[in-house]
Design a protein around this ligand. Structure first.
Ligand code: BGC
Length: 727
């Protein structure tokens, strides 16, 4: 059930939005303390906080010096402190899903949250904030005081190998959830980043791709996601990206760093570079405040070279002060000095696992459920489980964000290669077996497990069972895009054959990003479990057996074919020479024109082209049914109110979504508000959500303008489940 509302916005309203400058007034004391410390710095001290090393024993690579400092913790980065001024060192760990495993170099484990797409599928900022608080506490317990988290890039192309680290395709959803995660992390008195600023939506070409995008298109899409995340999360740091934006590297980019981030948004923290993303000393003038792991750039541009430049050039000298001011501001605002992170803190893995499990349970999306085959009856006599190492664990995404629990992965499939980073390239499974969890919930069922390497034995096993649960996996990783949207290793053919042999086939996907499903109509059910984290196996089993009612909703559209994408061919696929360890070489200069879709990413692109994706943004089924009604939009207070009712027979959560459907008389689809609601059967709840006026506005070159005229809104359960506006 959907209902549409209409409202008029009178006159042309130029919106002067509250920027982070106003919010940061609370932090005046951090600013003045930072200024006082800067004033006390000697010239030599002024280039300590501006560059860092990589405290990882990767052969002779990465140290930037003969010996790591005593307080360094093996992790992504380290910035020396200034003991004379009580300035702590910065000890940095990846990433958004938990404390990174770094190939086991630290010989410890951490709790893995489900992937970013799973988190985003919860549409639950409070839960994502709790997840952030949990992983931030683990970082702090290990001695880290900076978390390289807050992944906020939008899913502009589902083939982006890092989609799994991010929060989907919509600026409001991604910005709100990334902001919540950052807030949670920083509640531990450590700094979080938001990354990768900006427009870093492809991986294979990330080191050299030149993103072409207009100011308007960027402000209304990717930059808006960051703007919201920064307002809501107030990260101490922003990590600039590898790629170029309109001919300038993202870490050497006056437009994104000086004009937008520090100017228009009034953000007072520090910009750190991505690892190996600095190519010139001019980065300092163009807004970079700290060079991470300088050895990867070959030169300490923001170390000795910066000191030399500052000695002879007043522009650099002024920037050096500002760079220190910004780093110190973030340190003081987040209390890194007064509540220091220490190695050896206790971690309650049981309690933290429960947080990860809750995120997985709210983030798993039920995509299909023919004849209500799910939830499974505990009485099913024979169940065949196929594939996905379901007897051992659940898959996780690769690269710097890889988290593993104590004891390391249940299964790790090294991808070979050599060099310092080879240990990062392994397909790793968290120790949480879905099969074991299913057995625990259905002790009287006879389970059999087949690895799924061969179609022949999988089909024989499928024919013998009442129900088949087939686990399909697609690994993805930082540094490499997916060439297409198929499942690898012949799994599409495997699922097709198994589902043809047994119509009661349930597919559980473990993957980072949307895939095609050529076998969809043959299956009874499909569960998108993403990379479900430390307790993914239990979460999947709980949903299969109805101990938990599925409530995840897609944070990104699943295309029906590659042709539906703005760029059907992966940019650079024909010319780039990939090195599978993420250091591809351009065959020739590569530009990627984001103005094709502009700000119409994902569901807005489908709406613009009147095409129908396989599954739309916002979609997700439940074991109960809901009715949405009574949408009223109050244009004066910028709120939308409506009622959600549980009309089925079991308790469940719905994610109600409010969309703009036309602006000033022109069709224009955009999510403007959402709310997750928990309801017992037969109950209902009234909901009011705030509407951010920027979501109704256009970027006019200097600010946001809401054009006068009629605006239509709709309430629905997905971007494709909206009733046209009623006049
Ligand atoms: C990634 C960042 C990460 C950094 C440090 C880079 O390759 O892009 O996300 O924080 O490495 O590990």
């Amino acid at each position: 059930m959907m209902i549409s509302g209409k409202t008029r916005v009178l006159g042309t309203l130029a919106l002067l939005l509250c920027s982070t400058a106003a919010l940061a007034d609370d932090d005046a004391s951090a600013s003045s303390r930072a200024a006082a410390t800067v004033a006390k710095m000697t010239t030599d001290e002024q280039t300590i906080l501006t560059h860092g090393i990589m405290p990882m024993a990767l052969g002779d690579f990465g140290s930037g010096g003969p010996k790591f400092p005593d307080d360094a913790v093996p992790g992504a980065g380290y910035i020396y402190g200034i003991p004379r001024l009580n300035v702590p060192s910065l000890r940095e760990t990846d990433a958004s899903l938990g404390v990174a495993y770094i190939g086991g170099l630290r010989k410890d484990g951490a709790t893995a949250l489900p992937s970013g797409m799973a988190m985003a599928s919860t549409w639950n900022p409070a839960l994502i904030e709790a997840g952030g608080a949990m992983i931030g506490s683990e970082a702090k317990a290990k001695g880290f005081n900076v978390m390289l988290a807050g992944g906020t890039n939008l899913m502009r192309d589902p083939r982006n190998g890092r989609t799994f680290e991010y929060m989907g395709e919509d600026p409001l959803l991604a910005g709100t959830l990334a902001g919540a995660a950052i807030r949670g992390i920083q509640s531990n008195h450590i700094i979080s980043t938001t990354k990768h600023f900006a427009l870093n939506d492809y991986e294979t070409a990330r080191d050299f791709a030149n993103i072409i995008v207009s100011d308007k298109n960027a402000r209304e899409s990717d930059l808006l996601a960051f703007e919201i995340a920064i307002e809501q999360g107030k990260p101490g740091s922003v990590m600039c990206a590898y790629n170029k934006i309109n001919d300038h590297y993202a870490c050497d980019n006056d437009y994104t760093l000086n004009k937008v981030l520090k100017g228009d948004w009034g953000w007072k923290g520090f910009v750190m570079s991505d690892w190996g993303a600095v190519h010139s000393p001019t980065t300092a003038l163009n807004g970079l405040d700290q060079q991470s792991a300088w050895i990867l750039d070959g030169k300490d541009y923001l170390g000795k070279i910066l000191a030399e430049n500052a000695a002879k050039d007043p522009a650099y000298a002024a920037r050096v002060k500002d760079m220190n001011q910004r780093v110190l501001y973030a340190i003081y605002a987040n209390k890194l000095d007064s509540d220091p992170a220490m190695k050896g803190g206790a971690i309650d893995f049981e309690a933290h696992g429960a947080v990860a499990q809750k995120v997985a349970e709210q983030g798993i999306v039920l995509l299909r459920n023919e004849g209500n085959i799910l939830p499974l009856a505990a009485s099913a006599k024979r169940i065949t489980v196929i594939g996905g190492y379901a007897d051992s664990g659940v898959l996780s995404g690769g690269g710097s964000s890889q988290v593993e629990g104590p004891g390391g992965p249940a299964v790790a499939i090294p991808l070979g290669g050599d060099g310092a980073f080879a240990l990062f390239f392994s397909q790793a499974y968290q120790r949480s077996s879905p099969l074991k969890a299913m057995k625990a919930l259905a002790p009287d069922t006879k389970f059999s497990f087949t690895r799924g390497d061969y179609i022949t034995d999988a089909v024989i096993a499928a024919k013998k069972a009442d129900v088949v649960v087939i686990f399909a996996t697609q690994w993805s990783t930082e540094g490499v895009d997916l060439p297409d949207l198929s499942l690898p290793h012949g799994q599409d053919a495997l699922i097709d054959a198994v589902a043809s042999a047994n119509p009661h086939t349930i597919v559980v996907l473990e993957n980072g990003s949307p895939v095609l499903m050529p076998w969809l109509n043959k299956t009874a059910a499909v569960l998108e479990s993403w990379f479900p984290g430390a307790r993914g196996g239990q979460a999947i089993a709980n949903i299969l057996y109805g101990k938990v009612n599925p409530s995840g909703h897609l944070p990104g559209s699943f295309p029906a074919s590659l042709d539906q994408l703005p760029r059907p061919a992966l940019p650079g696929a024909e010319t780039i020479e990939p090195d599978f360890q993420g250091k591809a070489h351009p065959g020739e200069a590569l530009t990627i024109d984001y103005n094709i879709e502009g700000a119409d990413i994902g569901y807005r692109w489908y709406a613009r082209n009147h095409t129908k994706p396989l599954f739309p943004f916002g979609f997700g089924l439940s074991y109960t049914s809901f009715a949405l009604s009574g949408l009223k939009v109050d244009a004066h207070n910028m709120t939308a109110s409506f009622t959600v009712a549980n009309t089925g027979s079991v308790a469940g959560d719905d994610v109600a979504q409010v969309y703009l459907t036309s602006a000033a008389g022109t069709a224009h689809e955009r999510l403007v508000g959402f709310q997750r609601v928990s309801l017992a059967p037969g109950t209902k709840q009234s909901v009011t959500v705030k509407i951010d006026p920027r979501l109704l506005a256009e970027w006019n070159g200097t600010g946001w303008t809401v054009r006068g005229g009629q605006y239509s809104f709709a309430l629905g359960t997905s971007a494709a489940d909206l009733q046209p506006a009623i006049s």
